[in-house]
Write a protein that binds this ligand. Sequence first.
Ligand SMILES: Nc1ncnc2c1ncn2[C@@H]1O[C@H](COP(=O)(O)OP(=O)(O)OP(=O)(O)O)[C@@H](O)[C@H]1O
Ligand SMILES: [Mg+2]
Length: 218
Amino acid sequence: MNKNKSFFITIEGGEGSGKTSNSLLLKKYLESKGFKVLLTREPGGTVAAESIRKILLNPKSKLTPLSELFLYEAARAQHIEEIVRPALKSGAVVICDRFTDATVAYQGFARKLDLSLINKLNAAASGKLIPELTIYLDINPKTGLKKAKNLDKESYGVSGDRIEMESFEFHKNVRKGYLAQAKKYPKRIKVVKTDKDINKTWSAIKKEIDAKLKIKNV
Ligand SMILES: Nc1ncnc2c1ncn2[C@@H]1O[C@H](COP(=O)(O)OP(=O)(O)OP(=O)(O)O)[C@@H](O)[C@H]1O
Ligand SMILES: [Mg+2]
C-alpha cells in the first residue's frame, strides 16, 4: 500500500493483556516497512488528557460511573483533536493503545451504563472516527490481572490502579464486552489470544496487519 496513506489502528484488551508491549512491536515493524508511525494511548497523549488519566487511575479518586465516563470522553475529545486527527492528516499510521471499544467494555458492560449513551458520547468525542483495524488481545482476566498488578508493584510499589482494583467479576464483564464488540464488528476487530508466548501473539498480530495493510514479506 501507499506508505503515505493514513491508517488508524487501535489495540484493545483487558489489564495485562499485552497492549503496550505489542503496540511497541507494531510501531517498530511498521517503521521498518517505511511507514510514518505515531504511537499514542488513551486516556492520555496530551498534557490535559494525561492529567485526566491520573485522576482516572488514582485509587483515591472517588468517581461515579457517569463522571468516570465523562472523564474518559473528555480525554478522548482532546486527544483526537490535538494528536490523532493531525497525524492522520499528515499521512501517518496512528496506533492507539485503547479507544472507543474500551469505553463500551469498561463503562458499558462492566459499569453497566446505558450502551446507547456510550455510543453517542463515543461518536461525539471522536468526531465519529472509527478505526480501520482493531486488534483485541484476549486474555483470561485472572492471568492478565496478576501480570498487571505485579508490574505495578515493581514500578510503583503499589499493586493495582483504580481500575485494576475492581472485582474479578468486573474484569470478566470487560472481557464479555470486548468479545461482544468483536462479534458485532468482525471485519474491523480481530481477536488475538495472548495466553500463549509473546512470539506467537506477535506473529498472529503481524498476520492481521500484513493482510490489512497489504504488506508483502519476501
Ligand atoms: N503475548 C504475551 N505472552 C506473554 N506475556 C506477555 C505477552 N504480551 C505481553 N506480555 C507480558 O505481559 C505483561 C503485561 O504486558 P503489557 O504491559 O504490554 O500489557 P498491557 O495490556 O499494556 O497492560 P496494562 O493494562 O497494565 O496497560 C508484561 O510483562 C509483558 O512483557
Ligand atoms: Mg499498557
